[in-house]
Design a protein around this ligand. Structure first.
Ligand SMILES: NC(=O)c1ccc[n+]([C@@H]2O[C@H](COP(=O)([O-])OP(=O)(O)OC[C@H]3O[C@@H](n4cnc5c(N)ncnc54)[C@H](OP(=O)(O)O)[C@@H]3O)[C@@H](O)[C@H]2O)c1
Length: 289
């Protein structure tokens, strides 16, 4: 029998991308994709029953409370889904001898630096979403030291809600748009991250014992404004993209000015490939235009 890989959050960006590529790996693994309808992660009874019934060998938790601004007013739900639930899943994986992979965010950092963050650098989240994700990292590793936590940033895909799709919509509707130029970070094409996750599972299955916190994003660190300019140029849309400051675009959740992630540890430990952000953006735009 092939090992079973369970993926939560099948309707989100990353879960959906994993479902798109899973057929390429169906000779090595069986896959089960689940959404909120199949398993509500805020209900611990259904989660426990699920493990007993399916006995997965790999559990990839792509489900999360990802509404960064909404989390400021709804922190209880954000903490339940991103912290309590992640800790519970990690414990159940330990009990059922299942490797656990979950995802975190660049928002665990405060941005008071100018060089890419390493996984062991001190954290200091500036908003409730970042706090909930940081708590989830801690609980997962406390409850199950074999957990792999992948911090990622600025995730986009041809599916779901994200910056790339919002920019294309606005650029189609308006002659000019204003985009924040003083927040710097690394875009991540969810398809690339999905490929990296499958590689990590394959490595684990061949006995790779590495665990802990990792960083994954495409290579190259840019501002949201630079990202928007690239989207405009590659899509050929007739729209001016003007730079503004964070102060000119206030949001309920505070964002850091710098959130570059150093990805060298994930490359060294799991042999994953990191593509340049421009190449990945072009690939995604081919599906959207
Ligand atoms: N998006 C980003 O820019 C970004 C940046 C840094 C880190 N990350 C992290 O990367 C991971 C993947 O993100 P993503 O962009 O793929 O997220 P996403 O598109 O927002 O998808 C999240 C999924 O989680 C599901 N979910 C939420 N609460 C649930 C619950 N109580 N029970 C079951 N399912 C629930 C949602 O279901 P519904 O569809 O039913 O709502 C949704 O399908 C997450 O851990 C996220 O925190 C994302």
């Amino acid at each position: 029998m092939k090992p079973l890989v369970v993926v939560t959050g099948k309707n989100g960006q990353l879960g959906w991308e994993l479902e798109q590529i899973h057929a390429d790996h169906s000779s090595e693994f069986d896959f089960l994709f689940i959404g909120r309808q199949e398993m509500d992660l805020s209900n611990s009874v259904s989660v426990e029953a699920f493990f007993t019934k399916y006995q997965p060998q790999y559990f990839i938790n792509c489900a999360a409370y990802t509404a960064v601004d909404k989390a400021e007013a709804d922190k209880e739900t954000a903490f339940y889904v991103n912290a309590v639930n992640v800790g519970l899943l990690a414990s159940l994986c330990l009990v059922h001898q299942c490797r656990f992979i979950s995802f975190s965010t660049d928002y665990v950092f405060d941005g008071n630096t100018q060089t890419p963050y390493l996984p062991d650098d001190a954290t200091n989240p500036l908003n409730q979403y970042g706090l909930s994700k940081r708590e989830g990292e801690k609980l997962a590793l406390q409850n199950n030291p074999l957990s792999v936590i992948i911090r990622t940033s600025w995730v986009y895909s041809s599916h779901g809600n994200n910056f790339v799709k919002t920019m294309l919509r606005l650029m189609n509707e308006r002659p000019e748009i204003k985009v924040v130029a003083d927040q710097i970070g690394g875009p991540t094409y969810a398809r690339d991250l999905a490929v990296a996750v499958i590689k990590i599972i394959a490595e684990m299955h061949s006995g790779n014992p590495h665990a802990g916190i990792y960083h994954y994003c495409n290579s190259g660190i840019i501002s949201w404004h630079q990202f928007a300019v690239a989207i405009q140029q590659l899509s050929g849309l007739n729209c001016k993209v003007l730079p503004i400051t964070t102060n000119e675009y206030p949001t309920p959740a505070k964002r850091s000015h710098y959130s570059g992630l150093d990805t060298s540890k994930i490359v060294a430990d799991f042999n994953v490939i990191i593509k340049p952000w421009q190449e990945s953006l072009q690939e995604c735009l081919k599906l959207l235009l």
